[in-house]
Design a protein around this ligand. Structure first.
Ligand code: ZN
Ligand code: ZN
Length: 727
């Protein structure tokens, strides 16, 4: 008797699955990855088969039968991967498995169905009717003639000949055509911005990199590679050629990009090169499009998948290659449960199926630098040198205009008269980050979170950037009645307005999540900047990602050290990447370019090395610092966060978690905390941080502690989240 071991898609932490079900003859096709509807207690739930066994520990009469098998399912390989994610990131099997199921299926087992389309073909009687002088209406004749030429046409196509569905039905009833319904894929449209098409010849560097990938694919080298290439060195060309090599070997490929909206060029180049063999998977597609793209991959009609972090779970069989483009980007980390890191999942999946993992970046992570075999692309593909970078010290009088240094103002004026494009990055949106009263010192904070409210002048509102709370911008101080309120500091909204004056008559485009929501999205703003002859693009870190505008002659980074002021061990790495990425995107055209970096910390390693385009120097220094402080890659971090509406509950739960872990973990695991974090969305937060030399035992101890705490009754109202490898 066959037994299906089923993991129900319920997220209750205390559930100890999988559960055994007896498979009757009618469900003989059920295998690992099949999705079943099963009786579970008094409920009917959807579950995934994680194993098929010959026998059960339970007597047959105590085993229930599944009610039905649903049509869609995952592959055994993906089931293994989903369970690994659940285990590795201290989540539940259900949440891990949901990642690998068809899009939109969720816990209900229902998702969007296939799109069915009516099509018509002509019958023998129909052919005869055209020649035998049978009485036919004008529309009927036109439809039949169109069908003679084409063989089969869809109802939509026949509409062009004037025949609607009703007309087709009448032809069918006379036996002149045959109608059928068939499945047709909904395909997303792909819009390119500034993509240069064609197939350039590979440079010597690119060919050498490709050779390494191919030799790894053919099993002659370790299956992973860090492609360390300066901005503009043509990493995408290597990915394209590597994907081609995979297809030649009848293997598939997954290409991960940080954020689909910010990677239009990569997406359109893959679509141009591989046509229908490419599928896109991302959350901005409609439910139907996602389902159909997923199915095309599952059925092998498409063999290359391009998408953001979730595409690492794409159902590509015989996978030969996984590319992680811009591998330093923090969007590869999922922020909800399970808090997986797509780069680690990619590594695991590549190992599991014997695929090659290629991580590419101009600013690789210290972890990747330390542990991955590396191949360098040291020059831009067009041979143009990287632009000179000037660091502007903002600590002394700058002689400039508010947030802009005098040199920046001067450079902007030069571009205004000479023409060309400028990119200005300030990683802070809104008009100004604080509002305070000059008379009594009152500061405006969010009532739900312990953070300042940000002034948004166009909307005339104060907004919390953490929870979305908003209130009208006050005209006077409610405490003392004073009308002298100070808007301190500058965000993109304010700088954009300043630039409109400075750059006029050149157009100014603002790109941040506020402006993208208001206009037609990121793509629209990028496209307008792309087609303009000259102009200024100002925005948050979005302006430094993915795109390639050859006519940018000036790039400016404002408040470059803002990210350094965050108390986080990744601050240095982030700051370096932010500045170096933008610096690398300037001066790609024949006119060359220059970069200005305004900062309060000109001597910081991250700024100095970014200004010198020196990733290698930065990484060497950063790895030394990490080694001294015992941070990754020299340790593994696990962060536990305990939150509750009442501060005492959060405190008590954090204390218990800490004590329990201290008892169980060996002394060489450092346990930091419980430490308060700022209140968020009305919840008080405490965190406990583990710094462990070995990963597995630390994760295991946390998993057990959390399962226990989650089940204990006196901690109701306390939410616990675990973040392995926090970003
Ligand atoms: Zn006041
Ligand atoms: Zn808030």
């Amino acid at each position: 008797m066959a037994i299906a071991k089923v993991e129900p898609l319920l997220t209750t932490r205390s559930l100890r699955g999988p559960f055994d079900y007896r498979l009757p003859e009618r469900l003989a096709d059920v295998g690992v990855g099949s999705v079943l509807r099963v009786p579970f207690g008094r409920q009917r739930v959807v579950g995934v088969v994680v194993e098929v066994a010959e026998a059960s520990d339970l007597p047959p009469e105590r085993l229930a039968e599944p009610l039905e098998a649903l049509e869609a399912g995952a592959t055994p390989e993906l089931v293994r991967l989903g369970l690994w994610v659940a285990h590795e990131y201290c989540s539940t099997p259900a949440r891990g498995l949901e990642l690998v199921l068809p899009p939109g299926m969720g816990r209900t087992g229902s998702g969007p169905g296939p799109r069915l389309e009516l099509s018509a073909s002509i019958t023998r009687a129909g052919r005869d009717a055209l020649t035998d002088g049978v009485r036919l209406g004008r529309v009927q004749r036109a439809a039949l003639e169109a069908l003679i030429d084409a063989g089969e046409l869809t109802a939509a196509e026949l509409q062009g000949a004037g025949a609607d569905t009703q007309a087709l039905r009448r032809l069918e009833s006379r036996g002149l055509v045959e109608l059928r319904r068939s499945e047709r894929s909904r395909r997303p449209t792909i819009v390119g911005v500034g993509a240069r098409s064609g197939r350039p010849e590979l440079t010597a560097d690119q060919s050498a990199a490709l050779a390494r990938v191919v030799s790894a694919m053919d099993g002659q080298e370790r299956g992973e590679l860090l492609l360390n290439g300066v901005t503009g060195s043509g990493k995408t060309e290597v990915y394209l050629a590597a994907a081609e090599a995979a297809l030649e070997r009848e293997r598939g490929a997954i290409i991960l990009v940080p954020e689909i909206a910010l990677a239009p060029q990569t997406v359109s180049r893959f679509a141009a090169r591989f046509g229908d063999r490419v599928a896109l998977l991302h959350s901005r597609l409609s439910g139907g499009e996602r389902r159909d793209e997923w199915q095309r991959l599952r059925l092998g009609e498409a063999r290359v998948c391009v998408g953001p972090r979730s595409a690492v779970f794409a159902p590509v069989s015989d996978l030969g290659l996984i590319v992680v483009d811009e591998e330093h980007d923090s969007s590869y980390k999922q922020e909800g449960d399970p808090r997986y890191d797509a780069r680690e999942v990619a590594r695991r999946r590549a190992e599991q199926v014997g695929a090659v993992l290629v991580c590419g970046s101009a600013t690789p992570r210290p972890e990747s630098w330390d542990r991955m075999p590396r191949v360098d692309l040291t020059e831009r593909a067009d041979g143009v040198p990287l632009p000179p970078v000037e660091v502007l010290d903002m600590r002394t009088g700058t002689g400039g205009d508010g947030p802009l240094h005098a040199r920046t103002v001067e450079a902007l004026r030069e571009v205004r008269s000479a023409g060309g494009k400028t990119i200005v990055m300030l990683n802070r949106r809104g008009w100004s980050p604080y509002l305070s009263c000059r008379s009594c010192g009152r500061a405006w904070g969010c009532p739900e979170c312990d953070v300042s409210l940000v002034v948004h002048r166009r909307e005339d509102r104060l907004r919390c950037h953490h929870c979305g709370y908003a209130e009208p911008l006050p005209a006077a101080c409610p405490d003392c009645g004073s009308v002298t309120l100070a808007r301190q500091g500058a965000g993109t909204e304010r700088v954009a307005e300043l630039l409109v004056e400075l750059a006029a008559p050149l157009p100014v485009f603002r790109l941040d999540s506020d402006s993208a929501a208001a206009a037609g999205g990121h793509l629209d703003i990028l496209r307008r900047f792309d087609v303009a002859d000259a102009g200024v693009l100002v925005g948050t870190q979005m302006v430094g990602k993915g795109h390639d505008f050859p006519d940018v002659v000036l790039s400016v980074v404002l408040d470059a050290d803002a990210t350094l002021r965050f108390p986080d061990f990744r601050s240095e790495e982030r700051t370096f990447a932010l500045v170096a990425q933008l610096a690398g995107r300037s001066g790609r055209g024949p006119r060359g370019g220059r970069v200005l970096v305004q900062t309060l910390a000109p001597e910081a390693e991250a700024i100095r090395h970014a200004a010198a385009h020196d990733a290698q120097g930065f990484l060497a220094a950063e790895l030394e610092r990490r080694r001294a402080l015992g941070y990754p890659p020299f340790s593994h971090l696990v962060r536990l966060e305990l939150t509750a509406p009442d501060a005492r509950d959060a405190e008590a739960a954090a204390g218990r978690a800490h004590d329990r872990l201290r008892n169980e973990l060996p002394a060489e695991v450092a346990l930091l905390g419980p430490a308060p974090r700022f209140r968020l969305r009305g919840r008080h937060r405490r965190q406990v941080l583990l710094k462990a030399p070995e990963r597995e035992p630390a994760v295991a101890a946390v998993r057990e502690a959390v399962d226990d705490l989650a089940g204990s009754r006196d901690l109701r109202g306390v939410a616990i989240s675990v973040d392995v490898d926090p970003q």
